[in-house]
Design a protein around this ligand. Sequence first.
Ligand SMILES: NC(=O)c1ccc[n+]([C@@H]2O[C@H](COP(=O)([O-])OP(=O)(O)OC[C@H]3O[C@@H](n4cnc5c(N)ncnc54)[C@H](OP(=O)(O)O)[C@@H]3O)[C@@H](O)[C@H]2O)c1
Length: 319
Amino acid sequence: MNNIEAKAIGFDHYGGLDVLEERNILVEISSLHDVIVKIERAGVNPVDTMFRSGGMSGGRPLDHFWIPGSEVQGEIVAMREPVAGLAIGDKVIGKPGRGGYAEYVALSHQNVFKIPEGMSLDEAAGFSGTASTAYWGLHGGFYNIQPGQTIAVVGASGSVGSYAVQLLKDFDVRIIAAASPKNRDYVLSLGADIFIDYTDQAQVNEYAGQADFVMDASLFNKGEKTALTLAKENATYMGMTTLPDPSLRPDVERVFLSRTAEMTNAIAMPALFNFYRKHGLTIKTGYVLPFTLDGVKEAHQMIEENRQPGKIILSREAE
Ligand SMILES: NC(=O)c1ccc[n+]([C@@H]2O[C@H](COP(=O)([O-])OP(=O)(O)OC[C@H]3O[C@@H](n4cnc5c(N)ncnc54)[C@H](OP(=O)(O)O)[C@@H]3O)[C@@H](O)[C@H]2O)c1
């Protein structure tokens, strides 16, 4: 297989929306890649905006064209060698580390999965990154959840949070879920036992000190204070963007959700598909935008302003 010419949306220096541009690129195919996916849809995530703004750069300048996009849906158009269970023409979920805002992506077959029956293409596009994050947050050995415990999910209406609330069905626990009031019915429909409006401090205080484990899946850790308030004495707090200053709750153990090499998609995705078949696993696909430069800019702006009415998907069908 040769490298493929493709259009892609990315940036070569950090900054605001204006650093985003469309370019013709060569999608490089190395010996690690055995499946080429023609991308039809991509999920847009807060981390994409953090990469663009330089929030993940550690102060180092960028020296190449960076293409965000860590979850896609598309069609297999080429394979290096036959792979059991995959064929050219299959509609699949792809999980690149990045490079999803493009026409094509080259992937190892271990990051390509047939879409389970019943899952829409839009849902499939927004599934792999955030569902696997929620999966490893609960199954990655960061905290040993016991039946009967109280688990709080802050940011329970978001992509990671809503998957986490649903996946907690497997643990026989009491779930406290915090989100904004417009998402109350949605969050309760996912299986939360108690809904907390994080904008109402009295409601947060009512459940202060009740959670054994708090998963802070709020946008850019904005719900950190709520999460720490809900934590029991000596509880565990899981952060996804940063960790709180230890002085805020010296008794609380702080763990950061970062995936190790053992936490592979090849483990998480089949487990998530099994859960999907058994219980269903939904996400609020809030907005489907055209897969264009303007679509990407609008998606990033909505996320940065916390205006996204659910998961944002870029779709070629919306062009
Ligand atoms: N470490 C990792 O591996 C990893 C992986 C994926 C994501 N992340 C991070 O995890 C976070 C969540 O990602 P996502 O894709 O689920 O984002 P998302 O879909 O945009 O969801 C964000 C959630 O944050 C809530 N929120 C916003 N402001 C809040 C506040 N002041 N207090 C409490 N909650 C608030 C939102 O609630 P309402 O909409 O109801 O207001 C929503 O539930 C992001 O910061 C992302 O960068 C980390």
